[in-house]
Design a protein around this ligand. Structure first.
Ligand code: ATP
Ligand code: TZP
Ligand code: MG
Ligand code: MG
Length: 265
């Protein structure tokens, strides 16, 4: 069975501590996919929510100290209860505070997967890459080498997204070429993707790398179809149709359109 079919069958609970920009979009995207979103960030309850969830997704997009304290509690609870844990280090490298908080989180917990743009992952790997706020800037480094370095450093799956997406555990690496440029015109498409990765990890029984690759490719397929259906419109119509397609792309459609390549090391 595909992980997509399993998400729809098992309807995993996905605990999100995320930013104020994308909370609604992320919850709606997870629901459309077939997962069950739970947005909870009070320090009094996050450990309990993480313990009962199928995955925990932490996102530092609009961070503050209370939120970070909640993320530490949720992340450590996820580790204690063997719940897969995703980190989206939004804007790591853009400010010293975001870089420092990202390191603090990584020191306090073992994450299962890191998902970010190339500048964010470069920062985690100890490299530098141009960024513009929460967006990656142009650069010409070796993105696969960067992803591998981060994966080996963290002992996690690392996902770098962009025109092409790299998914690696430091040993095996996939490149996904699904997706559409209009995704860059809707805020939160990276953040929702991190939550979608959480939903796929929740049903993967430890096959983190394969599940993450399928999540990334599935998301790109949904975007391609939505872009085609709204080609004569703008990002607003695309955003709505994209939510529709997260619900409507079946495993059969996914299999026909998925473009995942295994890279030889
Ligand atoms: P950034 O802030 O740099 O945009 P992000 O956190 O929003 O980063 P993205 O890298 O934009 O994350 O990834 C979100 C989704 O958009 C992924 O599915 C990715 O494949 C897709 N994507 C991003 N850029 C392109 C592009 N130029 N062409 C096709 N798909 C893209
Ligand atoms: N500002 C702080 S968080 C955020 C913005 C615009 C959302 C970023 O979302 P994404 O998915 O990285 O585009
Ligand atoms: Mg983007
Ligand atoms: Mg992002």
């Amino acid at each position: 069975m595909s992980y997509l079919a399993k998400v729809r069958e098992l309807n995993p609970l996905v605990h999100n501590i995320t930013n104020i920009v994308v909370a609604n979009f992320s919850a709606n995207g997870l629901l459309a996919l077939g997962a069950s979103p739970f947005m909870a960030d009070a320090p009094e309850e996050v450990a309990d929510v993480a313990a009962m969830s199928g995955a925990v997704v932490l996102n530092i997009g609009t961070l503050n100290e209370q939120l970070i304290a909640s993320m530490v509690l949720a992340g450590q609870s996820a580790n204690t209860h063997n719940v897969p844990l995703v980190l989206d280090p939004v804007g790591a490298g853009a400010t010293a505070y975001r870089s420092e908080v990202t390191q603090r989180l990584l020191n306090e917990m073992q994450i299962t997967a890191l998902r970010g743009n190339v500048a964010e992952v470069a920062n985690v790997a100890g490299e530098s890459w141009a960024s513009k706020g929460v967006d990656a800037g142009a650069g010409d480094g070796d993105v696969i080498a960067l992803a591998n370095k981060a994966a080996l450093k963290l002992g996690s799956v690392v996902i770098i997204t962009g025109k092409e997406d790299i998914i690696t555990d430091g040993s095996r690496t996939f490149i996904v070429s699904n997706g559409h440029p209009v995704l860059t015109k809707v805020t939160g498409t990276g953040c929702l993707l991190s939550a979608v990765v959480g939903a796929f990890l929740a049903v993967s029984e430890g096959d983190w790398l394969e599940a993450a690759a399928e999540a990334i490719s599935f998301y790109g397929v949904a975007a391609e179809i939505a872009a085609e259906l709204t080609a004569h419109k703008g990002p607003g119509d695309f955003q709505i149709e994209f939510l529709n397609q997260l619900a409507m792309v079946t495993p059969q459609i996914y299999n026909a359109k998925s473009r995942i390549e295994l890279v030889n090391q």
